[in-house]
Design a protein around this ligand. Structure first.
Ligand code: AP5
Length: 186
């Protein structure tokens, strides 16, 4: 199973990706987590992206493409993966297609987690991560609307989009995702 989780910042992508990954025995790959690890470890990548993330802006597409390619090349991703927070721009969607072509793999679906904007902002404020100040949260929502939302139409046209109501309990969202997947899950 090779799926993308799409949704606004705070919609529950990370929460749901972890649950489904555990159930399916495949890795949940979060570009946000990988970048935060690089920042915490003080690597060259981390030093380059720290300020961008703290401002709620997107890291540049070529940098992200490198990070994702290196991760998908690892053996644990060979039988499937959930991409959480990638792609986030039309350019990134194209980069991913190139990587998957090289690996002779294809996407099975794109799960869109839909949650009203007031609720995602409320959840993010409640979470209280370092980059969860109200100003940065609002900026991330704007960036999502401008740069990531166009991917919804893109994947719909490709017949891959699977919208799910994310404004319910974690367990109910999980069940809705399982039902929406293109492959039956035990
Ligand atoms: P990233 O870490 O991906 O952040 P995000 O997209 O802003 O997503 P979040 O982690 O905020 O939300 P989520 O949808 O995963 O929700 P979660 O499960 O945590 O990216 C951070 C930064 O890295 C970006 O701003 C950018 O700078 C950079 N970056 C990352 N990827 C990039 C890319 N591809 N290109 C360029 N730059 C990139 O849930 C949120 C909260 O809600 C939690 O507290 C959770 O417990 C709670 N919650 C979850 N589900 C429910 C529910 N059903 N009911 C109630 N509460 C819930």
């Amino acid at each position: 199973m090779r799926v993308i989780f799409l949704g606004a910042p705070g919609s529950g992508k990370g929460t749901q990706a972890a649950l489904l990954a555990q159930r399916l025995g495949i890795p949940a790959i979060s570009t946000g987590d990988m970048l935060r690890e690089a920042v915490d470890a003080g690597t060259e990548l981390g030093r380059r992206v720290g300020e961008i993330m703290a401002a709620g802006e997107l890291v540049d597409d070529p940098t992200i493409a490198q990070v994702v390619r290196a991760r998908l090349d690892r053996s644990d991703a060979a039988s499937g993966f959930i991409l959480d927070g990638y792609p986030r721009t039309r350019e990134q969607a194209g980069d991913l297609e190139v990587v998957l072509d090289d690996l002779n793999e294809q996407l099975d679906g794109v799960v869109l987690i839909e949650v009203p904007v007031e609720e995602v902002v409320r959840r993010s404020i409640a979470r209280g991560r370092e980059d969860d100040t109200e100003e940065v949260i609002r900026r991330r929502q704007e960036v999502y609307r401008e740069q990531t939302e166009p991917l919804i139409g893109y994947y719909r046209k490709l017949g891959l989009l699977r919208p799910v109501d994310g404004d319910q309990s974690v367990e109910d969202v999980h069940q809705a995702i399982v039902s929406a997947l293109p492959v039956e899950v035990e």
